[in-house]
Design a protein around this ligand. Structure first.
Ligand code: NDP
Ligand code: 2IT
Length: 461
């Protein structure tokens, strides 16, 4: 990194603003054609300018140069044989981004769009999210461009076993602990765990989280991300003397995060009127019948359009973007990155949205976030609002280490406490750095300081 080295010699003269700008330009240069990664880094770095101003040690010790560079990035071949006997090859990834505060921790995503940019943006976000949870977990992420859609169980198992045959060399309960994400749920975690156990020849329960309850999983992990997002938004609302009760909610996606966000929002008295999948969205003016969504998505592996065939009060619309034109009080994007762009954000605002809580990772573009903030919409950024999933993953690791299991209520209560604490820490950091109500800045700073201080304590490694 020669240019950075030259810069270091003059670093006393460089202001925080220039330092951050310089780091961002280097990231762009050194990681070309990775727009999602640049987007995630840009947002965090921009928030950190006042932190660097207040504590120039972070600059002198090159903390930003180090934190934007993964400790390790693994890319590997995943060969497998499909049901017709044909050999297929996918690409597997694991980014072990930062281990300053604990073993690498983060999900695995199986989706055809997966590439280095996606994995690095997710891994980078995960560093700060995991720090916010208050648990001892570092940041990592992985996955493959394998598309589980239309594959048989046998194909999914063979692919997953091949993926783990390679990944197993790099992970372990004290080293790196993967979990699920898009396209990786209980079934895939089961196959991954089985293959890891076979290769290792020992039952290392804490190597993966999101496991089945019968073999080391935690109660309430399945619900944790969706519930946690709603708990977080509930804190944002409470601060403004608002509640979920009687509110109209739109939730995108119909996967793990969406289903349990819908469940908790409904339990708190809201009416969720829409959800989606990658082909389109349904609008049910009577409120979503969650048992039907669960039947379609968790049991039958059906498309969401089928909901409208079975429920006369619902309509199906093709395409994902239109879901944000449904008037609502609260929007919970729970599908994927960049699903709310500037135009969708403006429509949400024009229709009177009061709060947005990001269940997915980076679902709002930087321009969309600007629109929400300029219009004083309560905005819960992903790395805070969706931290409930990884929080309960860490609780699963704790239960595995102690060889015991907590009740659903115990875990759920801990989850709610964690989400309340994250909210408070974000508010405190935002206030401390003169950005009141800006939870984006609050989350980035609160997460960063924990990791950066651990990095300083551990020397230049
Ligand atoms: P699932 O695979 O269970 O569900 C994903 C949902 O989003 C599906 O309804 C899927 O539709 C839809 N979706 C996926 N990709 C796209 C796309 N490109 N365009 C439109 N819709 C899409 O994943 P999760 O619910 O686990 O994850 C959802 C989001 O939440 C992701 O951003 C993930 O990173 C994030 N997250 C997940 C956590 C977890 O614990 N699982 C924790 C924290 C964040 P279709 O089935 O048609 O593809
Ligand atoms: O994005 C995320 O936080 C996850 N997919 C969950 C990670 C985990 O290790 O539970």
């Amino acid at each position: 990194m020669p240019t950075l080295d030259i810069k270091k010699e003059n670093q006393q003269e460089i202001g925080a603003n220039q330092y951050v700008q310089f780091i961002f330009e280097e990231v762009q240069k050194r990681n070309p054609n990775e727009p999602e990664f640049h987007q995630a880094v840009k947002e965090v770095l921009h928030s950190l300018i006042p932190v660097i101003e207040k504590n120039p040690t972070y600059m002198k010790q090159g903390v930003l140069e180090r934190i934007v560079e993964p400790e390790r990035m693994i890319s590997f071949r995943v060969p497998w044989v499909d049901d017709s006997g044909q050999v297929k090859v996918n690409r597997g990834f694991r980014v072990q981004y930062n281990s300053a505060i604990g073993p690498y921790k983060g999900g695995l995503r199986f989706h055809p769009s997966v590439n280095a940019s996606i994995i690095k943006f997710l891994g980078f976000e995960q560093i700060f999210k995991n720090a916010l949870t208050g648990q001892p977990i570092g940041g990592g992420k992985g996955g493959s461009d394998f598309d589980p859609k239309g594959k048989s169980d046998g194909e999914i198992m063979r692919f997953t076993q091949s993926f783990m045959s390679e990944l197993s060399k790099y992970i372990g309960p004290d080293v790196d602990v993967p979990a699920g994400d898009i396209g990786v749920g209980a079934k895939e975690i089961g196959y991954l765990f089985g293959q890891y156990k076979k290769i290792r020849g020992g039952f290392e329960a804490g190597v993966l989280t999101g496991k089945g309850i019968g073999y080391g999983g935690s109660l309430a992990r399945k619900e944790a991300t969706g519930y946690g997002t709603v708990y977080f938004v509930n804190e944002m609302l409470k601060d403004q003397d608002l509640t979920f009760s009687g509110k109209t909610v739109v939730v995108s996606g119909s996967g793990n995060v969406s289903i349990y966000a819908i469940e908790k929002a409904t339990q708190l008295g809201a009416t969720v009127v829409a959800c989606s999948d990658s082909s389109g969205y349904i609008y049910d003016k009577d409120g979503i019948d969650l048992s039907l969504v669960k039947q379609l998505k968790e049991v039958e592996n059906e498309r969401i359009s089928e909901y409208a065939n079975r429920k006369p009060s619902a309509e199906f619309f093709e395409g994902c973007q239109g879901i944000w034109s449904i008037p609502c009080d609260i929007a919970l994007p729970c599908a994927t990155q960049n699903e709310i762009d500037e135009i969708s954000a403006k429509i949400l605002v024009a229709n009177g949205v009061k709060a947005v809580g990001e269940g997915a990772n980076m679902p709002s573009t930087l321009e969309a976030i600007d629109v929400f903030q300029q219009n004083n919409i309560l905005f819960g950024p992903a790395k805070a609002a969706n931290a409930g999933g990884v929080s309960v993953s860490a609780l699963e690791m704790a239960q595995n280490s102690a060889r015991l299991s907590w009740t659903f209520e115990e875990v759920d209560q801990k989850l709610e406490e964690i989400m309340k604490t994250i909210y408070k820490e974000c508010v405190t950091a935002a206030n401390e750095y003169n950005a009141p109500n800006n939870l984006v800045v609050g989350a980035n700073i609160a997460g960063f300081v924990k990791v950066a201080d651990a990095m300083l304590a551990q020397g230049v490694i």
